[in-house]
Design a protein around this ligand. Structure first.
Ligand code: SF4
Length: 735
């Protein structure tokens, strides 16, 4: 019999499921889906049942750690921040701010205090360059949104709950549960669409778990998606199928797209994509005829050599087939809560520009303020003016999750200072001088923010903390404010954290046109919770601190344990599009200048075997491998290979193969399966545990191999700077 039952949102992925947790004797027991949750309506996946394991994990760090040589020592928070101050001050004094940077991992988007603290941290620290997981998984989407719609976070998503015809490219929501598409039970919606007479198609080099819920699986050569999409565009124009639908009159550049698409006939691209021309024609015709429907393209289209062109063309096809900004098509979410990321970026006073500076070692032009994360290692280990000497990682494990991983692992010990905000001593943080652990997700409140910007409807749900943090530990919001202040050169002694927080809130109030005095007086608390209240109350459903009597405030969500549903997606082009022309820019010159490179791809001979990445439902990048119930059973870190390729390479099911690329080699068990198309092999990402100095007792017993050891530093999409971890040429041989 449980002592108590708690309701809260699962923070582990974009589905944002409502959970019901039973707690007995201070430990989380059974976790079930909250059937009354207004958003997820009873959905959950195996990961969601394990958030108690994450909280109780004996390997999770609960106190700050300082490393001296190979020895780790638990220290007080005061001592930890003093050590950070010392390290930061030394680097500032000897090398200046140009020698300091940060790496932001993607758990930041899922964590209440981290997500809200990262903006002021970066703003205060004033790093000249930052690195993030964004250039591994989504920067092409940001570039396309910036140039087509005027804001890098105005990424449209599919109105899945009302779509009748869905084409999925490079995405596997059966495993990911949706990405840049927040929707609980994506697979259930695909099944429903088919049951109601609609159609689902999956285009992917692998017959994924999502393809098992589709009417059709169309295999495609990795990295050729932009060719197929351009051919669809060519068909739409050639057959008079273009229909701008709801955005007719609001789109510029249609004729330019028509001109660019002309050479990419289905026959011209079919052999390179290995998709028959007739199939490409049918895809275009069916999408144009669908009512309603949309094409959803995700990570496989982003982290490849033509990531920006592919991501742009997904939106082009959606605009040209009439479903854009209308129910059941591609739409923008109306998030109940805004994020600081969505505010106009002051570093682009005249609209988006790229190449404002270049990386020091490889001279790679920046895109949206970042160069490829694969540059990080060389910026650390290459001597010279501007060499990175201090790195602060925020909830990231780049040694496992970024390309050029071997060089980065070797470079991190060369830093003068590595400070990690992280809850585990993992493959990256083992090199740290100081580890500052945040609270577990159950020790802090929860209310998503960025994820609602990609949601297939509007809603919100507040979760109270389930456990009080021991000994008054700071949350990540405070940790990040303190680190930002130290990077500015402010002293740790008597640092006025509340004053910094007030100043941040005041600045946001002024940007949003509300009186800071009213806001500061209205909110009893401080920190991430006050920021959440502000972003709800000044959001589209907010009460604007009393100006809109029927509007919402945080208190309304705190009084609604199953959440508040605010309705389906609505047309928003009028308010969202903020390009200099005021139009949807269908042919941004920065992107279309890359079409010549794509045309040259048609002349490139076949490359032999290429490697693609994959994910599993029981995993989430490198996050979940220390949870025994998720990693037990069959080894999931295997090389998937088609039977014909296995025979040609001389490798057998269950045997160990060596996979070699120009960047490195790994030995991995083989899984022969016809779910791979011939010529393509697949490894999951996020593995490669078992390194000395880590404190991950479960993960280290299920180590797997690090697929990013095979990812060359110079394989990336030069238009977005996104890594190309899909389509890496490899050789496979018996180990
Ligand atoms: S689908 Fe995502 S949000 Fe839902 S339970 Fe699983 S991990 Fe949590």
């Amino acid at each position: 019999m449980a002592d108590s039952i708690h309701l809260r949102t699962c923070p582990l992925c974009e589905a944002m499921c409502g959970l019901e947790l039973q707690v007995t004797d201070g430990r989380v027991g059974t976790i079930r889906a909250d059937r009354d949750d207004v958003w997820s309506k009873g959905h959950l996946c195996p990961k969601g049942t394990t958030i108690g394991h994450l909280h109780h994990d004996p390997d999770r760090l609960r106190v700050p750690m300082v490393r001296e040589g190979d020895e780790w020592r638990e220290v007080t928070w005061d001592e930890a921040f003093r050590r950070c101050e010392e390290l930061i001050a030394q680097v500032r004094a000897q090398h200046g701010p140009a020698a300091m940077t940060t790496y932001i991992g993607n758990p930041v988007a899922h964590n209440f205090a981290l997500g809200r603290g990262v903006g002021p941290f970066i703003g205060m620290a004033g790093f000249p360059t930052i690195y993030s997981a964004g250039t591994v998984d989504q920067w092409p989407k940001n570039v396309a949104a910036a140039l087509m719609y005027g804001n890098m976070w105005s990424i449209p998503t599919i109105d899945l709950k009302r779509a009748r015809h869905v084409v999925i490219m490079g995405g596997n929501p059966q495993a990911s549960q949706g990405s840049l598409m927040a929707c609980a039970d994506v697979v259930g919606h695909l099944d429903r669409i088919r049951a109601e007479g609609g159609r689902v198609t999956v285009i992917d080099p692998r017959r994924t778990g999502t393809a098992d819920h589709a009417d059709e699986w169309i295999p495609i050569v990795p990295g050729t998606d932009a060719l197929l999409l351009f051919a669809m565009v060519q068909v739409l124009f050639a057959e008079g199928l273009v229909d701008l639908g709801a955005v007719d009159g609001k789109v510029a550049g249609v004729d330019e797209v028509r001109r660019l698409a002309e050479p990419f006939t289905p026959e011209a691209v079919a052999a390179t994509c290995q998709v028959p021309a007739d199939t490409i024609r049918r895809l275009a015709r069916d999408l144009a005829a669908a009512a309603p429907g949309a094409l959803y393209g995700r990570i496989g289209l982003c982290n490849q050599e033509f990531g920006t062109l592919a991501s742009w063309l997904v939106d082009v096809v959606n605009v040209l087939t009439g479903g854009f900004d209308s129910p059941g098509g591609m739409m923008w979410a109306t998030p109940v809560v805004w994020t600081t990321a969505s505010l106009p970026d002051p570093s682009f006073p005249n609209g988006y520009e790229f190449g404002r500076w270049r990386s020091r070692v490889r001279a790679i032009p920046e895109v949206l303020g970042q160069v490829p994360v694969s540059c990080l290692a060389e910026e650390i280990d290459t001597p010279g003016e501007g060499q990175i000497k201090l790195l602060i990682t925020v909830a990231g494990n780049p040694v496992l999750s970024t390309p050029n991983a071997g060089r980065l692992d070797a470079a991190l010990p060369q830093l003068d200072a590595l400070i990690c905000v992280d809850n585990w001593r993992n493959e990256t943080t083992r090199h740290a001088h100081v580890i500052l652990p945040g609270l577990s997700s159950l020790e802090q409140p929860h209310f998503d923010d960025l994820l609602w910007a990609f949601a297939t409807g509007s809603a919100g749900r507040w979760s109270d903390p389930l456990f009080a943090p021991i000994d008054g530990r700071p949350d990540e919001y405070e940790i990040l404010l303190r680190l930002g202040a130290l990077c500015m050169g402010l002293p740790h002694e008597d640092l006025d954290v509340d004053g910094l927080d007030d100043a941040f809130i005041t600045a946001l109030c002024e940007m949003k046109g509300v009186d800071p005095a009213v806001v500061l007086a209205a909110s009893a608390g401080r920190g991430a919770e006050r920021l959440l209240d502000l972003t709800i109350r000044t959001g589209p459903f907010g009460d604007r601190y009393g100006e809109v009597p029927e509007g919402l405030a945080l208190a309304d969500f705190q009084a609604a344990p199953h959440g508040i549903d605010l309705g389906p997606m609505v047309p928003r082009a009028e308010e969202v599009v903020c390009t200099p022309s005021g139009m949807i820019e269908l042919a941004p010159p920065y992107i279309t200048a890359d079409v010549g490179r794509l045309r040259a791809r048609l002349d490139r001979p076949a490359e032999g075997l290429v490697l693609v990445s994959r994910r599993h439902l029981r995993s989430n990048n490198s996050w979940m491998h220390n949870v025994k119930v998720l990693v037990k059973g069959k080894d999931r870190c295997t090389l998937l290979i088609h039977p014909d390729d296995a025979a040609r390479c001389g490798v057998a099911d269950g045997a160990v193969a060596t996979v070699r690329s120009e960047a490195g080699a790994v030995d991995v068990p083989v899984e022969v399966s016809d779910e791979m198309m011939p010529g393509v092999v697949s490894l999951p990402h996020g593995w490669g545990h078992g390194l000395p100095g880590t404190q991950l007792s479960v993960a280290n017993e299920h180590a797997g191999v690090n697929s990013n050891l095979l990812a060359p530093a110079d394989l990336y999409d030069p238009i977005s700077n996104n890594a190309a971890v899909n389509g890496i040429p490899v050789e496979v041989a018996p180990a």
